[in-house]
Design a protein around this ligand. Structure first.
Ligand code: PLP
Length: 401
């Protein structure tokens, strides 16, 4: 029996082991201290009424002769696909190009199967760890091309580095940096992919956090890569109900694979994706899918917006607090994440300072890639009282320094 050798190459786990270890050591020395976590990338607010009722109703109906449902269509039920296409894409993409899934992360793993064992993949650095880990597990670490995205390049990668890549993972609004691409930047990416024959895997898990307000340059920001003309010839888009509707435990997402998308060798990608999803899973939970339809109803949309705005208000409060402490602060406007640093300090130094002096746990930026060194990721997912207590502790720490 031979084990997949690439398990050895997955280094990411080190960060989280180290994080647990430092937290354990802290608790051992300070058993009475209650730590606040600004580390977790998960939603905290309860499901809103309309969604909760729809989930409960479908669960009840499953207990009746008329309402029972077995395997559904693998691509997802038509009313949900039509609703996503209409409400989130204003029918600029076809419901038939949309594949409902059990979550964005699951699709990130499955999408790897589209590409050959020899393919090279370019990743933003820092990046959401699933892109790196699933890429390594399929092709080993030598298949990875890192694209540094830091304040020094305004978080936009040098695309010449991606010339040898076959496909690119791009995430906007970004986890972990909270940075959002402008229309011009996304257009640059799409033109690059068209010219150099690359496929973009665009992760729009935080699209619902993009604000309607004017950006600093007077432009609105894109929520979908398909807002760029011609993107349907080069891009797959991954979406999720997790951060939009609090479905991280319910599980629901989707992937758009446009009819027009071709590999550089000319074959259509969509038929392969259909083959993958019919082979690897039997569709998303039917109960979740009814919850998704309710989330996209007019009342559901209002309820989701209220929760997203609540997290964004947390982010605003945290931004102000970190600015008061003389941190450089990025993100947190179109994203629930802040990306902060104090020049001259490493990620782990900052992590330890906040852990020991403010009793706040954060995530060291270096865990998301070497270009994350020197940063912390601050999550604004949390109850308001917790966020306010964290801010109070930050100010108290500052006053003592
Ligand atoms: N993509 C990004 C960028 C994320 O941050 C996350 C979750 O944190 C996911 C995807 C996973 O989404 P899902 O819960 O739909 O699997």
């Amino acid at each position: 029996m031979s084990r997949n050798p690439y398990f050895q190459d997955i280094a990411g786990r080190y960060l989280f082991q180290e994080l647990r270890e430092r937290k354990r050591a802290f608790h051992e020395k300070n058993p009475d201290v209650h730590l606040i976590s600004l580390s977790i990338g998960d939603t905290t607010e309860p499901l809103p009424e309309t969604i909760r009722q729809a989930l409960a109703k479908k669960a009840q109906e499953m207990g009746t002769d008329e309402g029972y449902f077995g395997y559904g269509p693998e691509q997802g039920i038509a009313p949900l696909r039509e609703k996503i296409a209409e409400v989130l894409y204003h029918n600029t993409i076809a419901a038939d190009d949309l594949f409902v899934s059990d979550g964005a992360k699951c699709d990130i793993g499955r999408l790897q199967l589209l590409f050959s064992k020899r393919a090279k993949v370019a990743l933003q650095d820092p990046a959401y760890p699933a892109y790196l880990d699933t890429s390594i597990l399929h092709r080993g670490k030598d298949s990875i091309i890192r694209l540094p995205c830091t304040p020094e390049n305004n978080f936009f990668p040098d695309l010449t580095l991606a010339k040898k890549a076959d496909f690119l993972f791009i995430c906007s609004p970004n986890n972990p940096t909270g940075h959002i691409f402008t229309f011009e930047e996304l257009e640059k990416l799409v033109r690059f992919a068209q010219k150099e024959k690359k496929i973009i895997l665009f992760d729009a898990a935080y699209a619902y956090y993009v604000q309607e307000a004017q950006g600093a340059d007077g432009k609105l920001f894109p929520r979908s890569i398909y807002e760029i003309e011609g993107a349907d010839t080069v891009a797959i888009e991954i979406g999720s109900f997790s951060k939009m509707a609090g479905f991280s435990g319910v599980r629901l997402g989707w992937t758009v694979v446009p009819e027009k998308l071709r590999y550089p060798t000319g074959e259509p990608v969509k038929q392969d994706w259909l083959r993958i999803i019919t082979t690897f899973y039997n569709g998303a939970s039917i109960i979740s899918q009814y919850g998704g339809i309710a989330a996209l109803s007019p009342v559901g949309l209002k309820e989701m917006k209220a929760i997203v705005n609540f997290y964004l208000e947390n982010a605003k409060l945290l931004r102000a607090a970190f600015e008061d402490l003389d941190f450089e602060v990025y993100g947190g406007i179109h994203s629930p994440y802040l990306w902060v640093r104090q020049k001259g300090k490493t990620s782990w130094q900052l992590f330890d300072e906040l852990l020991h002096n403010a009793h706040i746990q954060t995530t060291p930026g270096v865990g998301f890639g070497t270009s994350g060194e020197g940063f912390l990721r601050i999550s604004s997912f949390g109850r308001r009282a917790t966020i306010q207590e964290a801010i109070g502790r930050l100010h108290a720490m500052h006053a003592k320094m």
